[in-house]
Design a protein around this ligand. Structure first.
Ligand code: TXA
Ligand code: MG
Length: 340
């Protein structure tokens, strides 16, 4: 049996072949922590029915214990294990959008250890659209609890290198995959109340969900909605780059020209200015291409941090499709929002 492995400060690097998946599953079954790629971001997994292993996730990330984790499943039978009688609506969405970037908040079954859900009566569940993630869940023979595989307060990892940067020596293994296709986290949809609510915009668009449910879906805590934030994760300060991030909003021409003048002004003062704008930006980081921007957003934040930017100027993008998730993350990270 050949598994190509390397150990970095106690963390195994496993390539994605079947033997490596078996090894990763064995580590999980022994109560270990394994990071793995998904289509959204890398996750940090533990067997969802092992409370001691689940607690280790919070320790490795430095995550507050009252911020619940998402349970990852590989087939619909597992949905019935972790959720208490999923509604027809939940089953319809699961059939239509799984595997995919949608996490459903449902009433939790007793199988789910309370640590995962931070004591809430609900559980967030999703089936990731990634062959390595699905093989790992199957090989482990159990649902896997996994938050994003970053240290709390850092951007979510979209490459295994980001996982190592944050967690080497703190977790048992990382499965090496390609960089994540979507690049922002899953959409978290709460189906446990009277009306569906998006708790976190993400990889699956609000428009697609509205079309499937034939109704308007509010986004919790946003200007689009009258509802209060109800996701525990929302009360925490989210990732913000070290340098102040200034978001520039308004009409496309005016915001583009303001961004250019500000960048020139601060550069003349000798400051290092990181810029994301709608035209003439780096090919993979233009704000007029929301899909590519989403795929590269967290990588760019890590680059700005590592490169020692003094200031970051970003032009607003659209609030539709994947743009809503991007704008949600940027608004949370922004120190100031300038309106032109
Ligand atoms: O794409 C993703 O969702 C990635 C990959 C690894 O699957 N995972 C991820 O997990 O982003 P995490 O832990 O970084 O974010 C989970 C979000 C948090 O905002 C948390 O508060 C919310 O989901 N959440 C989890 N369980 C919940 C529940 N029972 N009720 C309300 N919100 C919940
Ligand atoms: Mg996270």
């Amino acid at each position: 049996m050949t598994i190509s492995v390397k150990k970095v400060k106690g963390t195994l690097l496993l390539d994605g072949n079947q033997q490596a998946i078996e090894k990763a599953a064995a580590l999980l079954k022994a109560g270990g922590l394994v990071a793995f790629p998904t289509e959204t971001v890398y996750g940090l997994g533990a067997i969802a029915t092992n409370p001691a292993a689940v607690k280790k996730i919070f320790m490795a990330k430095g995550r507050p214990a009252d911020n619940p984790l998402i349970v990852h499943i590989s087939d619909l039978d597992q949905l019935n294990q972790v959720a208490d009688e999923p509604s027809p609506e939940a089953l319809m969405l699961a059939r239509r959008f799984w595997p995919g970037p949608l996490s459903l908040v449902l009433k939790r079954s007793p199988v789910v250890v309370p640590e995962i859900s931070a004591g809430l009566p609900t559980v967030a569940v999703r089936m990731p659209d990634h062959p390595l993630a699905l093989s790992l869940i199957r090989a482990a023979g159990a649902p896997i609890a996994a938050p994003s595989a970053n240290l709390a307060g850092r951007p979510s990892p979209t490459s295994y290198r980001h996982v190592l940067d944050d967690l080497r020596g703190r977790i048992d293994a990382v499965i090496i995959g390609q960089d994540c296709r979507i690049g922002v986290e899953s959409t978290v949809l709460d189906l446990s109340g009277e009306q569906p609510v998006i708790l976190r915009p993400g990889g699956l668009s609000r428009e697609e969900l509205e079309e499937a449910l034939h109704c308007h879906i509010p986004v919790a805590g946003s200007k689009f909605s009258a509802t209060k934030p109800s996701s525990p994760g929302m009360k925490y300060r989210h990732y913000a780059p070290r340098a102040p991030l200034i978001l520039i909003t308004g009409s496309p021409e005016r915001r583009f020209s303001l961004l250019n003048s500000l960048a020139a002004f601060y550069r003349r003062q000798g400051l290092q200015v990181g810029v994301l704008k709608s035209a003439a930006g780096r090919g993979w980081a233009r704000t007029d291409q929301p899909g590519r921007l989403a795929a590269n957003l967290y990588r760019l934040m890590r680059i700005f941090d590592a490169g020692g930017a003094d200031l970051i100027l970003i032009e607003e993008t659209v609030y539709t499709g994947i743009g809503l998730a991007v704008m949600n993350r940027l608004r949370k990270a922004a120190k100031r929002v300038l309106r032109t």
